[in-house]
Design a protein around this ligand. Structure first.
Ligand code: PAF
Length: 281
């Protein structure tokens, strides 16, 4: 596997690969790789001629400076993992090369970004859209892979690709979980053992909500999720939503609805985690 740090070098490399007729699969990440990323990388390696992974902790998508500062950075370990899953190139740029000047662009994703993560992390999706657009320009992939754990991100990236006519396919894969049900996330690396156990409660809360979905009003389910998570030490619920899977808008009445996403965000100790499950009704 070749490690490329310069934007100009990845551009040259990709141009040569495309000239040779190679199909490029791309897995953008912020590093601290886990099984969820590795699943995306294996899929890319099997579905494309060449796989490129990027590791870049993107400053413009963090609305909380501490979250950015404390985001786990494990590049040496990541490189070893990438070698095991058929990744051909790691693109690991520095911020000054990606952002030669402060971006002034403002994306708007309408109602897709006024709910959930967008509502609770102002500017987050603008930063994601800017960096994903840049990465797509640098890497020029035929397919780009994202995890469903970041459901709203996947929806917004699809909108970005459609809206700006990027010539690529967005592929998403289901969330990979630990045995306890905890969704794999780079941020889990910041949890203590105790907090990791408590964090499994987020998945249990989603399962509880799912089990009552067709028998209780949505408002009651929201109260139950909140009450359940309140019983867990160090866990503070930020939001729980029953959302339309396509529009991501809150659903209050399930009459005639076929599929919903149950989504939540919570702080476990100092670590903010998100999770979701899709439910067919
Ligand atoms: O999901 C992530 O890791 C990041 O939001 C992404 C897509 C790599 C953009 O920085």
């Amino acid at each position: 596997m070749e490690v490329i740090k310069q934007v100009s070098t990845i551009r040259e490399k990709v141009q040569a690969l495309r000239c040779d007729g190679k199909r490029i699969g791309f897995v953008p990440t912020m590093g601290a790789l886990h099984e969820g990323h590795l699943q995306l990388l294996r899929a890319s390696a099997s579905e494309n001629d060449v796989t490129i992974c990027s590791i870049f902790v993107n400053p413009t998508q963090f609305n909380n400076p501490d979250d950015y500062k404390l985001y786990p950075r494990t590049i040496e370990q990541d490189i070893e993992l990438l070698k095991t899953v058929g990744c051909d190139y790691l693109f690991a740029p520095v911020a000054e090369d990606v952002y030669q000047q402060q971006p002034l662009l403002q994306f708007s994703f309408g109602s897709l970004e006024t709910v959930m993560e967008g509502a609770h992390r102002p500017g987050h999706f603008n930063g994601v859209a800017i960096v994903v657009s840049k990465l797509f320009h640098f890497v020029q992939p035929h397919r780009a892979y994202f995890g469903q754990k970041d459901l709203q991100q996947v929806t917004i990236v699809k909108q970005l690709v459609q809206g700006l006519s990027f010539d690529l396919e967005v592929v998403s894969y289901p969330t990979i979980r630990e045995e306890s049900g905890l969704a794999m996330s780079s941020r889990n690396k910041r949890l203590t053992d105790k907090q990791r156990q408590l964090a499994a409660g987020l998945y249990r809360a989603l399962q509880l909500a799912k089990s009552h979905l067709t028998i209780k009003p949505v408002s009651t389910i929201k109260e139950e999720v909140s009450a359940y998570l309140n019983t867990l030490d160090q866990v503070e619920l930020e939001y729980f939503e029953v959302a339309d899977v396509n529009t991501l808008q809150p659903v209050d009445d399930l009459t005639g609805v076929q599929e919903v996403a149950l989504c939540l965000a919570a702080n476990v100790g100092p670590v903010r985690l998100i999770d979701n499950i899709l439910v067919n009704l």
